[in-house]
Design a protein around this ligand. Structure first.
Ligand code: CTP
Length: 397
């Protein structure tokens, strides 16, 4: 089941580290290659010698282990794996991951990677239920990190409750589920997301309020179904989907180029809020107040990326999905937009300020296809994404 899978296993310092040894054994029994990384605190509980003996590979312990020319750099080490597993994961490593800190080898690897990450927390029940750990867990889930456990049970510290690390076989089952083929395994889906920035001069730009939340959630949902995802994103603060091929762009024209490069795809989802216009007279040097007074900007139309892909003669993706953000006559406008652009589906939503959808956690959409308008109940953006990914999987099956 795990034949030829490369797992980077990060063991952090907790009493459950001894179960990490069993985890290595179980993974190797199933054919996985395990590259172990130990934090300093983990070495208080288990020895590098026993870890490397079980893994059959060198143990990486310090950032300077990687400075030798013959060794892999930390970027390469973190990216050469198919999956990174942190087991046990202490409250401390979760906090570092949530904040993006990189002050030792383990945290640096986790920050430098675009490989999917799974964590198996292990800590005292009060640490697990502390508001700070809850916050960190929520942040990490939003960042696309998968959690296994912790379980309820008697703990080494004498207390009872949630915080005990999941059993090695449960972690193995979660790892196998991660690699199990999904309905979109072998399929390539292209997604655009976020806003675009259109320069006025080298320091100023025109932008919009898109957060990229819905596009990111769709990417994560498609990845969970096994799709290979290319994620073309404009400048957004939200963490990009873990495990996608991420292409960061700024302008609509850069987004168009990235989309063209990323094709062919089985399906393409255009969730980006692309600026309809760019400044035609963008200046190469900063506009000086003294020299210009009030500048007059002239605009040029940006390429309509969705329409272009939807109307491709050769190599059009089998399913092309656009979004329509409307404030009036939502269904009529979105239905007309679907016909005008030539896409298969339009996900329409009402972004009137009264709905609170723009910038909020929820969305109420209507899926418009050749079959007509299908209104979905208002739900979390993550649930919209899961449902849309399911529909895409059905359509491609
Ligand atoms: N889109 C695109 N390229 C553009 C503009 C829009 O790919 N240059 C895509 C968006 O990603 C989205 C859909 O087209 O999927 C939105 O269409 P658009 O015409 O931009 O909608 P509105 O901005 O709502 O347009 P209108 O002003 O006509 O309502």
């Amino acid at each position: 089941m795990l034949q030829d899978k490369r797992i980077l296993l990060i063991l952090t310092g907790g009493i459950a580290a001894y179960k990490g040894l069993d985890l290595i054994r179980r993974l190797r029994e199933r054919g996985a290659a395990v590259t172990p990384v130990l934090t300093r605190a983990a070495e208080q509980f288990i020895t590098p010698l026993s870890v490397s003996a079980l893994a059959g590979e060198k143990v990486y312990r310090e950032l300077f282990d990687l400075t030798d020319e013959a060794e892999m750099g930390h970027i390469q080490l973190s990216r050469s794996a198919d999956l990174i597993v942190v087991a046990p994961a202490t409250a401390d490593i979760l906090a570092k991951m949530a904040q993006g800190r990189a002050d030792d080898l383990a945290s640096t690897l986790l920050l430098a990677t675009d490989t999917p990450v799974m964590v198996a927390p292990a800590m005292n029940v009060r640490m697990w239920t502390h508001a700070a750990t809850r916050r960190n867990r929520d942040q990490l889930i939003a960042d696309g990190i998968t959690f296994v456990g912790p379980n309820d049970g008697d703990m080494a510290c004498g207390e009872f409750g949630p915080g005990r690390m999941a059993e090695p076989l449960d972690i193995v089952a979660a790892i196998e589920a991660h690699f199990a083929p999904g309905p979109l395994t072998g399929r390539h889906v292209l997604i655009t997301s976020g806003p675009t920035h259109e320069p006025i001069d080298p320091v100023r730009y025109i932008a919009n309020r898109s957060s990229g939340a819905q596009g990111t959630a769709i990417a994560n949902a498609l990845l969970r179904l096994g799709a290979r995802v290319t994620f073309v994103t404009g400048p957004a603060d939200i963490a990009p989907p873990q495990g996608a091929d991420v292409i960061a762009v700024e302008t609509a024209r850069e987004m168009q180029d990235a989309v063209t490069q990323a094709l062919p795809a089985d399906a393409a989802v255009f969730a980006a809020a692309v600026a309809d216009w760019r400044v035609a007279s963008a200046s190469d040097s900063k506009l000086k107040k003294s020299a210009y007074g009030l500048p007059v900007l002239t605009f040029a139309e940006n390429p309509d990326i969705l329409a272009q892909v939807a109307q491709m003669q050769d190599g059009r993706p089998g399913l092309v999905i656009g979004f329509a953000a409307e404030t009036d006559d939502v269904i009529a406008n979105a239905t007309a937009k679907r016909a005008r652009k030539g896409c298969d589906w339009i996900v329409a939503n009402d972004v009137s300020p009264a709905t609170g959808i723009m910038g909020g956690a929820e969305n109420a959409v209507t899926l418009i296809s050749a079959d007509g308008a299908d209104p979905w109940p208002r739900m979390a953006k993550d649930d919209v994404a899961t449902r849309l990914a399911g529909r895409i999987a059905d359509a491609l099956s």
